[in-house]
Design a protein around this ligand. Sequence first.
Ligand code: ATP
Length: 444
Amino acid sequence: MPGSEPDPQRMEAVVALCKRRGFIFPSAEIYGGFRSTYDYGPLGVQMLRNVKEAWWRSMVQLRDDIVGLDAAILGPPDIWQASGHLATFTDPLVDCRSCKQRWRADHLEPSEDGTVRCPSCASTDLTEPRDFNLMFKTHTGPVADEGSVAYLRPETAQGMFVNFKNVLQTTRKKPPFGIAQVGKSFRNEITPGNYVFRTREFEQMELEFFVPPAHAPKWFDHWVEERFRWYVELGIPEDQLRIRPHDPDELSHYSVATSDVEFLFPFGWGELEGVANRTDFDLKAHAEASGESLDYFDQAANERYVPHVIEPAAGATRSMMAFLVAAYDQDEVGGEVRTVLRLHPRLAPYKVAVLPLSKKDTLTPLAREVLGLVQRRYICDYDDTQSIGKRYRRQDEVGTPFCVTVDFDSLDDGQVTVRERDSAQQVRLPIKDLIDHLAARLDL
Ligand code: ATP
């Protein structure tokens, strides 16, 4: 388990496992890779879906005060003008005149005597910071002029604000209620890095929760607590998580209070999610810029107001990395060291692996029958290559909670062996009881 010191070896081990087992590949690898961009392989796409599904389940499925949305990624400049992104979504950029590398000024630590040096070549010959806008600009249609400018969204949030009225009118929801969205966002980060922690293309999971203004502080506290609990429930130990309130000078232009949920990554504490009290900034800004009223009439109180917004904004790709890092472990089973991903079953790419003891034709039909039975309910792997010990190790390494082994006795007694990942303990049970056994442990 990680301590509070940076642990580059743990990071390297997780990155190597992700590559070797098909979780995450460097993008465009056959062309030498493409600048901190990554592709999610067969196991990675499954796990990322599980992370997003776990979020959707807790935010949308298990509540009746939150609805979903899937807004466009491309947007007109008007949205980003009103939201403040065109003017203020910038990072301070400095160039090293010596080695030509670029850095975020707010990420450079001055030495004790106050000197700021280039982290790469240690030169002090750095340019003054200048603002660099992080938005990806493009053009729609064949003519690339000012009238065709569009932007890739740098956050999903604005989709919820510009659809506030549509959702209000079509769902009969009233504050307090929320709109949730999961999807890709794009930021032209100056210094992407630390694997998928900071990339230029990434996925977010954001909730905009609209409340009567007087209730905003109470809901802010509620969401900070709820969101912290979500990571703990999905298996991140509490001592590897912390809540960090922002100092007043750190707050974004729209926020009166923000607290980050942070995780102890192998390179130090890093943000998983920011919970912000955005007040009525966004709805007012879009109402003013669009000319549409974005307020709410509370009939019971006979009062019209612009709701305030509490926003828990999480990263799907970044939190997947945290879940992987927290789950990575090595222990000893049967006198041998094994690598095991102790992933929460909800997040594990495969829930069950079906393993015929041998490749012999006599076992295949029953093993396939068991696979068909389990596959209808859970995503499964089927593996009939190499020794059973090696196959168990392979499944441990990718976090599969259960292996079901079909052997020659199974043909006579209709029973299979179920092995649990963390304890490596095995039980033998009738195939007719298999689904109930798995469901009691997987349908948490
Ligand atoms: P940071 O300070 O790390 O740049 P931020 O405060 O700008 O992040 P938000 O705008 O609050 O981030 O975005 C919400 C969440 O989206 C973050 O907590 C993070 O999980 C995720 N996220 C933001 N930028 C990136 C990125 N470049 N790569 C991966 N995930 C990101």
